[in-house]
Design a protein. Structure first.
Length: 234
């Protein structure tokens, strides 16, 4: 059966929030509350991280709320089936833990290790560091990743999974950065659509750091510029 390698691009998103920096999928907009003027203050970066993180893009509260909704959407899609969750290491660590604890379905969990070794913020050559161990033949698979950026990782992993003959594969990413896409691919379930900013935290790293931040933040450009400069000078 198969997934058809994710969905082709061009599906329309709705931007009912009017926010230009962060877009949520339609289900996130449904509100029965009357519109009132909100005077929410901007979340502030904890002092410890202020030198490195410019601002918070998605707070821990927004993450928790959205992930619960995502889990419900996935549940609806997989109801009546035993699913195999295949998660890509290592960026999914926090997202995965929060997502699966809200999935009220029988599931089995396995990991594929895949990393791109590139310069600074650019994704480079893909290296597989861990293969799948569970048998997914005839199973319903949910492939989970933290971010869909150029689409290279998904485009390499999906055909590999297809060879194992699952019944179907659905893809789920916490973040989608369509502005950077070079491979024609879309995820079936998306937490947040984000603009082209270098984000870290909640599992996402820069040079293996910042994965432990409880929020998704925008990295100060001086941090990655310094590292790139150092690599170039070597
Ligand atoms: C990151 C991220 C995605 C991939 C997305 O992985 O976790 O898997 O890049 O980028 P793409 O759409 O351009 O392929 P990375 O190789 O940095 O490994 P990590 O998960 O260990 O951080």
């Amino acid at each position: 059966m198969g997934s058809g390698l994710g969905r082709m691009r061009g599906r329309k998103y709705f931007s009912a929030s009017g926010k230009k920096t962060l877009r949520f999928r339609p289900s996130h907009f449904v509100s029965t509350q009357p519109k009132t003027k909100k005077t929410k203050t901007k979340p502030t970066v904890p002092v410890r991280w202020r030198q490195e993180v410019e601002r918070i893009l998605i707070t821990d509260e927004q993450l928790a709320k959205r992930i619960k909704i995502l889990a419900r959407e996935i549940e609806k899609d997989f109801r009546g089936r035993e699913m195999v969750v295949v998660s890509l290491l290592s960026g999914t660590v926090m997202f995965l833990a929060d997502l699966i604890r809200h999935l009220n379905l029988p599931l089995r969990l396995d990991f594929i290790g895949v990393s791109s070794y590139g310069l600074g913020t650019e994704s480079g050559e893909l290296v597989f560091t861990k293969e799948l161990r569970l048998d997914v033949r005839g199973r319903d698979v949910l492939l989970v990743d933290d971010i869909l950026d150029t689409g290279k990782t998904m485009s390499r992993v999906l055909p590999k999974l297809e060879l194992l003959k699952p019944r179907r594969i659905k893809t789920c990413v916490l973040l989608d950065k369509p502005a950077r896409r070079t491979f024609d691919i879309e995820a079936d379930f998306v937490g947040f659509e984000i603009p082209d900013l270098f984000v870290v935290g909640y599992g996402l790293d820069f040079a293996e750091r910042y994965r432990n931040l409880p929020f998704v933040g925008v990295l100060h450009p001086h941090i990655y510029k310094e590292v790139i400069q150092r690599v170039i000078q070597k």
